[in-house]
Design a protein around this ligand. Structure first.
Ligand SMILES: Nc1ncnc2c1ncn2[C@@H]1O[C@H](COP(=O)(O)OP(=O)(O)OP(=O)(O)O)[C@@H](O)[C@H]1O
Length: 309
């Protein structure tokens, strides 16, 4: 079996619960992400999505378990992993352009100032920022513009893995749509792997190759991996016409509304927890389905069958 680009192995996170006991956020969570994949993770508030993201970024250490990226264990932040948070986290004293060149210069110490500048301007332009605006400070930009800068900054560094923690959460619907399109455009032209937290089901279906579904905590599980069987390029208005759209959407809504609660709170009893693979394709005759190969010792739940509607 070929090794995955990103492998999350038996990740367990426990915190003190503030009353002398322990809170197990998740236990033995295990899943993989392939190179170039766009994966979204959905789950209710508090199930541990940000905790997983921080561990993937190398910003936090799990209680036990490991994250292996490109054959190497993640142990601290790295320029190979770019992070975009909901609150943009731009450096307020630098111009828009300098916020991008800052990282690019660190990534490419041998580049001339002109090369760094040109490269940074190219990425800013890709997210629709050019002209005078690149000399403005973040405080002089709108929320949508700031989020564009943070996306341009992350992509300009060519991280192998891009981690997005609800990057569009604070934006209005129109701006959100435009930036989603820009994100897809840049991602398509790269071989970068994206792991994104969102609370928006439609956004996840539009963007992702695969959606990971988490049950509620404590003892949350990454219970399912739902393939988005809708061809790319996807267009936000045309996508709803695709026969698989509502079948997938209903599955996700049903999981988040009912099953995330029903499956919650069950300790892993020592076994590796791998998500069940869900393949819903109403366009294929006979609905082909296969389960992920099962590594030794892993408890793989059976693959779920799509229901014809
Ligand atoms: N440093 C900490 N100390 C104690 N408990 C923590 C700590 N960080 C997170 N938690 C708890 O761990 C659980 C998971 O938190 P996390 O922020 O990962 O959830 P989330 O799924 O990202 O939630 P949201 O969607 O609301 O952002 C929550 O119950 C939270 O209270």
């Amino acid at each position: 079996m070929s090794k995955s680009f990103l492998s999350i192995e038996n990740l367990t996170q426990r915190y003190p619960d503030g009353q002398g006991g322990e809170l197990t956020v998740f236990e033995n969570a295990s899943f993989t992400v392939e190179e170039g994949e766009f994966v979204c993770i959905l789950g209710h508030s508090g199930c541990g999505k940000s905790t997983i993201m921080n561990i993937l970024a190398g910003l936090a250490e799990p209680t036990s378990g490991a994250v292996i990226m490109d054959g190497q264990e993640v142990s601290g932040p790295s320029l190979d992993r770019g992070v975009v948070f909901q609150n943009y986290s731009l450096l307020p004293w630098l111009s828009t352009l300098a916020n991008v060149t800052f990282g690019v210069a660190a990534r490419h110490p041998k580049w001339s100032r002109a090369e760094v500048r040109e490269h940074s301007l190219k990425y800013l332009e890709m997210v629709g920022l050019k002209g005078d605006v690149v000399h403005r400070k973040p405080s002089q930009l709108s929320g949508g513009m700031r989020q564009r800068v943070s996306i341009a900054r992350a992509f300009a560094n060519h991280p192998k893995l891009l981690l997005l923690d609800e990057p569009f959460g604070a934006l209005d619907a129109l701006t959100r749509g435009t930036i989603q399109d820009e994100l897809l455009k840049i991602w398509r032209g790269s071989n970068q792997t994206v792991f994104m937290i969102t609370h928006d089901i439609d956004e996840a279906i539009l963007l992702a190759d695969r959606i990971l579904l988490m049950t509620n905590g404590p003892y949350a599980r990454v219970a399912e991996s739902v393939e988005i069987t809708i061809p790319r390029p996807r267009n936000r208005t045309a996508i709803v016409e695709h026969p698989n759209y509502y079948a997938i959407r209903n599955h996700l809504v049903q999981f988040l509304g009912i099953r995330s609660r029903e499956l919650a709170g069950q300790p892993a009893d020592g076994g590796m927890q791998r998500p069940a693979r869900v393949h819903i394709d109403l366009t294929a005759e006979g609905e082909a389905e296969e389960a992920e190969p099962e590594p030794s010792g892993a408890r793989t739940p059976p693959a779920l069958r799509a229901v014809n509607i």
